[in-house]
Design a binder for this molecule. Sequence first.
Ligand code: NAD
Length: 475
Amino acid sequence: MTAAYKMLIGGERVGSETSLDVINPATGKVLAHVPDCSREQLDQAVRAARQAFPAWKSMPIEQRADKLREAAAVLVENKDELKRLLTSEQGKPHDEAEFEIMASAYWLTSFADMRLPVVVNEDTPERRSETRHVPLGVVGAIAPWNFPAVLVYWKLAPALIAGNTLMLKPSPFTPLTALRMAELLSDVFPPGVLNVVTGRDDLGPWITSHPDIDKISFTGSTATGRRVMASAAANLKKVTLELGGNDAAIVMPDVDIPTVAPALFWAAFRNSGQICIATKRMYIHADIYDELTRAIVDYAKTVKVGDGSEQGTMLGPIQNRQQYERVLGFIEEARENGFRFMTGGEVDQDAPGYFIPVTIVDNPPDDSRLVREEPFGPILPVLKFDDVDDVVRRANDSEYGLAGSVWSSDLEQAQAIAARLETGTVWINEVQHLAPGTAFAGHKQSGVGVENGMDGLLEYTVTQTISVKKPDGAA
Ligand code: NAD
């Protein structure tokens, strides 16, 4: 059977013998079929990327930048179609989907403006030595299902501006937006510069172990990240891994409760909690615990959960059944342990779609699975503290180190607390502010390497020093 959506390999749109179903998480029904890439097709894609590499890397960077800007314009031109497609496969509301498409375009134009540094190490009568950064070759990019568009461009934009070619694999749960974008962009980039393949669980390991791929840029869970790193070791591929998180928010007693209650709600529940940098543990000072949690619960009751394609929906479903069952497991366990639900906790499992109501759990123990692990869904433990040293210790007591936040009207105090958190990013009085020019990295088991910013761009290069001995007597 020929799949309705096609892969992009060497500039050609290609189907496959068999296909995969893609489910709309708001209905649980099949939405479309996508190709199931064979090993031979993957080899073709890697060959196409390899063949395209010399011309692409030799192209003046200004011309590559123009291609990225052209790609951004294509995304913006097609944003209405792309946002609907993204909502249908991911579940998020239309506004959020549109934000993601626009952010994708912004990442392209921002990286188009970035230039790789050249450092002059020595310029003496004897010698001139320069260090520059050259592209790696073929990059394998592997993306998750929570932000199927923008997280692709976190990889595509720096990889291509630096002069690499790309082999992209979206999540099998959310491949449609990536495939449609590839189709739209097939006239923008020369054949082989951008290749997109979709397939089953064996496709990822084929990519990470492929001998002719030079680097893997992976975003996904910590468990898969470990497998990716082990597999990439075979030919010493470079890796950038953006993995899971268990972000703590520390809320000091001097906050303005009516202002922070909605902000804290969205910190935890945006995208139905399916964000690596969602607040997943909320530590609230004992002096304001009751009043603030009441305000968050009251706000939660005003938020409409439903099909993302319907007007007024603010939170969509869980993206896939596997994840839905995982989140149900956290709710069940909380109930069995006698934890108190401040709101939520009742799931209508007979209703269509993978919907879980906003669920807030009152002060569960620090060693409960809900506090230690990343549920990646709309369930939040709120926790009480009364001592700053103790809350910093509790926040840092995690194998994760992605991000965190501090909430206080005393910015000096907040910055002092922020500096003590063992995470790649700490926000004060906000969360999830990300920018193409700002480095984003996971400490501990939340990642290896950096995305975004100059540090992130350099991850798509190798360092080369050229040292010239000047002729004798040169001035
Ligand atoms: P996942 O690890 O299950 O899958 C991610 C991708 O890896 C998918 O494309 C999947 O098909 C592929 N994959 C699965 N097994 C593989 C293997 N053995 N080798 C190579 N590829 C393989 O993650 P997910 O469930 O799609 O995403 C949710 C996770 O991603 C959460 O833990 C979340 O915190 C994390 N995440 C991290 C960031 C970040 O920037 N740090 C951003 C978004 C999501």
